[in-house]
Each structure stands twice: as C-alpha cells, then as structure tokens.
Design a protein around this ligand. Structure first.
Ligand code: GDD
Length: 329
C-alpha cells in the first residue's frame, strides 16, 4: 500500500513542525505549503523543520492566492490536509484587523474550496482556537459553549470554524475542527507570553537583560504542550465521522504563576525582574480560559500527559541551554 499523503499549511510553525515529525514517524509522505520568502531564507524561516527538511516536500504558495492553493492541492491530492497557518498573534490582530481577517478567513475558505473541487475525499483539519470562546459564559468551556470572541483573530477563527462545519454539512466533506487551548513548547514563537518569559529568564541569567516587561499578569490560561496537541489533530482525522473537539488540559493558571515558576526554576525571584507596562495590555482581554476536553478523551482516547510544571521546566531549560547558561533551580 502506498504511503498516505498529508498536506500541512503552517508547516514552519511550532505545531507544523511537531505534526510533521509525528506523521513522518507514521510513514506519511508529508507536504507543506510555505511562502516563497521562507524558501529563500531557510536559516531563519525554516529553522523548526531544518532537521527533517530533506524528508518533506515543500511547495511555494500563499494562502492569500486562490490560484496558488489550487495548484498545490491539484498536485498533492492529499489524503489528509491540516490547516494550521494563520496570523496567530492575538495582540497583532488589534493593530491590523483587516489583514488578520482577510488572511485567516480567506485562507481557510480558499483551501476548503480547492479541496472540494479537486480532492473532495481529502480529510480536513481546521485549527480552531479557545480564543473563539473569548468572554465565555461557562467555565470550563466545551463544544457546547457559546462563542464570544474578543479580537479579530478570535472572530477569524469563528468564521473558519463555521466554514469548516458548513463544508462538512453542505458537501459531505470529512472536515473537523480542533478547538485547541494554549499550547506551548521550546519551539513557541518569542512573541507569545510563555516563550517571552522562558527566553527572558535565560537572557537575565546570561547577563543580556536586567528585566522583563510584560502586560496583564492576572489573565488565566489553560496551557498544554504542543507536542501532545498535534496527536489530537491526527486522531480527529482517523475517525469514521468528522466532528469538533476541544483539546485542553482542564487546568488553568495565571500568567503570574507561569512567571513565578519559570523564574524559580532558574533560582530567581521574579519580583526583582518583572515589570508591567500598560502598553502591553490588550484593548479587550480574555480573563479566563479553561477547557473541558472530556469529549476528546472519550471519543479519540486523547488526554494530556505533560503538566504545567514540566512544560515550564522544559522551556526554561531549553532557552538556558541555547544561551549556554546553567541555572541553580
Ligand atoms: N504575548 C504576550 N506578551 N502576552 C502577554 C504579555 C506579553 O508581554 N503579558 C501578559 N500577557 C497575557 C496576554 O494578555 C494573554 O492574556 C496571555 O498572556 C496569553 O497571551 P499569548 O501567549 O499571546 O496567547 P493568547 O492566549 O493570546 O493566544 C494563543 O493561544 C490561542 C489558543 O490556543 C495564541 O497561540 C493563539 O493563536 C491561540 O489560538
């Protein structure tokens, strides 16, 4: 039997890199959509997939161009398509609502439309987000919780979620959404708070910074490990029937707790280094997100194994190692 073919958008990101490793280990032929500029600057833009680069088939295309998506879907005819690419930084979506909405909504729509026309038997995964719940009425949030997004990023994800469901219902496509809560790792981008903190700890230890400026320390999030969350994506596409699933740990912690644990891992007291800047607060914040992933556990057999402490330890240790510093934590 020939290998299954997977097509991943956002393959150069945190989740794309873990998912690629996971699928390669299962003997998939893994294709990825990347921007041409990324292919021209591999040292910086392909760093997360550098170690597996030769085993991947990368296609230059843009999610802003239907013609380019059409071409890649026509060439690859994937068995499974994982749509992870997005403008995913919530803060930035306040600065540029128009491009966030355009890129995220059209990108999802282009991909679904191309699959429907050229490869309707493909199974499709949409990367939904806990940001869709936003100012949720219920805690914890599950598949029944009403959406109340608080940013154009969250709104774009709600639109992508509805597009995905509509292609499933209207055209019978095997299209599923994962509603993933925050998921982090040493591969997280530096703009997100978890990595900003772990990298900040390492820079302070290395003597490269003397403080770390953050925004709202009281926001609470449900933080898991990205390496485990990509397994849930794959499991969704192995089901006979497409559906939507919350993926989360069920535990929530404040940004302050994250900071406190990360600094204490390195033997430091965060109160001596962390400063807050009102400029880093969001115009509309989401105060508390905590997921209820019982459906994923029941139907997919998925549950998280890596806890909050272990996640922070791995991130801090990895950032310290990268800067060549040891800590006493
Ligand atoms: N980025 C950032 N930088 N966030 C800060 C800072 C700071 O200096 N200080 C406090 N925070 C707070 C934010 O206000 C937010 O409440 C929380 O830390 C987490 O922010 P992010 O790490 O940027 O993530 P997010 O929760 O907004 O969104 C992430 O998770 C979603 C759910 O999986 C992103 O990865 C989204 O793309 C994703 O959908």
């Amino acid at each position: 039997m020939s290998a299954k073919r997977a097509l991943i958008t956002g393959i150069t990101g945190q989740d794309g890199s873990y998912l690629s490793e996971y699928l390669l280990a299962k003997d998939y032929e893994v294709h990825g959509i990347v921007r041409r500029v990324a292919l021209e600057d591999p040292a910086n833009r392909l760093s997360r997939i550098h170690h597996i680069r030769q085993r991947l088939k990368l296609h230059a295309a843009s999610l802003e161009s239907y013609a380019s998506i059409h071409r890649v879907v026509h060439e690859v005819q994937p068995d499974e398509c994982y749509h992870l690419a997005a403008q995913s930084f919530v803060s930035y979506s306040f600065d540029d609502e128009f491009s966030t909405l355009n890129a995220n909504i059209n990108g999802t729509h282009f991909l679904l439309a191309a699959l429907k026309t050229l490869s309707p038997g493909s199974r499709f995964y949409f990367a939904g987000s806990s940001e869709m719940f936003g100012m949720a009425e219920d805690v914890p949030q599950n598949e029944e919780t009403r959406f109340h997004p608080r940013s154009s990023y969250g709104i774009s994800k709600v639109a992508g979620f509805h597009l995905t469901r509509n292609y499933r219902e209207a055209y019978g496509m095997h299209a599923s959404s994962g509603i993933l809560f925050n998921h982090e790792s040493p591969r997280r981008g530096f703009e997100f708070v978890s990595r900003k903190i772990s990298a900040g700890v390492a820079r302070i230890l290395a003597g490269r910074s003397s403080d770390l400026w953050l925004g709202n320390l009281d926001a609470q999030r449900d933080w898991g490990h990205a390496r485990e969350y990509v397994e849930a994506m794959w499991l969704m596409l192995q089901q006979a029937v497409p559906d939507d699933y919350v993926v989360a740990t069920g535990e929530c912690h404040s940004v302050r707790e994250f900071v406190e644990r990360a600094f204490s891992r390195a033997g430091l007291d965060y109160r001596q280094y962390v400063k807050t800047d009102p400029e880093l607060y969001r115009p509309a914040e989401i105060n508390l997100l905590r997921g209820d992933a019982r459906k994923a556990c029941r139907v997919l057999g998925w549950s998280p194994r890596i806890g909050f402490e272990e996640l922070i330890r791995e991130m801090v240790d990895e950032d310290c190692r990268a800067l060549g510093v040891t800590h006493s934590g």
